[in-house]
Design a protein. Structure first.
Length: 203
């Protein structure tokens, strides 16, 4: 079976590595968006992770005329009433680094004993026609008082997982994928793969 190309609509190399690992045994070839011509700037629109993922996937798929997979994910902190939420990647500003976002999160949580948090992930697949499939995942944990580990990306050094008993940044990609929000979504996609193949081939 020849591989089906799915374009991953992100410039985040950490996400790209995780998706390629999770798809490696399936007849799908993940191509990063950087392998194509420059995509016009896309303003993320939507009030939920799923809405943003759908809009992103549709936008890129229409431009490239290829099936596109887009995800939107983020951290929801109970004590901060859901922050940083859909603004996770730009919590400390539009051009903020992972470190700056993490420092702002720790500052805003000073004195809070409630450290409950969850990572959410929504993945949307879009065909150039605008037809969509969506998958969602959630991973619960707690926010540490200081960063631990040097792996991962985003808020991984601050996110402690109760089953792994360490932060995501202390975990290997394989360990993290077994429990993470994105790993859950990818397993749902794998389980639904026959339907996805029919969907991709149906014009």
């Amino acid at each position: 079976m020849s591989k089906i190309v799915l374009v991953l609509a992100t410039h985040n190399k950490g996400k790209e590595r995780e998706f390629k690992l999770l798809f490696k045994k399936l007849p799908i070839e993940i191509k990063g968006i950087s392998e194509f011509q420059k995509i016009p700037e896309f303003e993320e629109e939507g009030n939920t992770f799923e809405e943003i993922a759908i809009n992103k996937a549709k936008f890129v798929s229409k431009i490239l005329n290829l099936p596109v997979l887009a995800d939107d994910s983020g951290l929801v902190v109970e004590a901060l009433k859901g922050e940083p939420g859909i603004f996770s990647a730009r919590y400390a500003g539009r051009l903020a680094t992972d470190r700056q976002n993490s420092l702002k999160l720790l500052e805003n949580m000073k004195g809070d004993k409630n450290r409950n948090a969850a990572f959410y992930c929504s993945v949307a697949m879009s065909k150039p026609t605008g037809r969509i499939l969506t998958y969602n995942g959630k991973c619960s944990g707690t926010i540490l008082y200081e960063p631990l580990g040097t792996g991962g990306f985003g808020y991984d050094p601050l996110f402690f997982h109760p089953v792994l008993r360490k932060s995501f940044a202390q975990s290997s990609v394989e360990e993290k994928s077994r429990v993470s929000h994105r790993g859950q979504v990818m397993r749902k996609i794998k389980n639904d793969f026959k339907r996805i193949l029919v969907w991709l081939k149906d014009s």
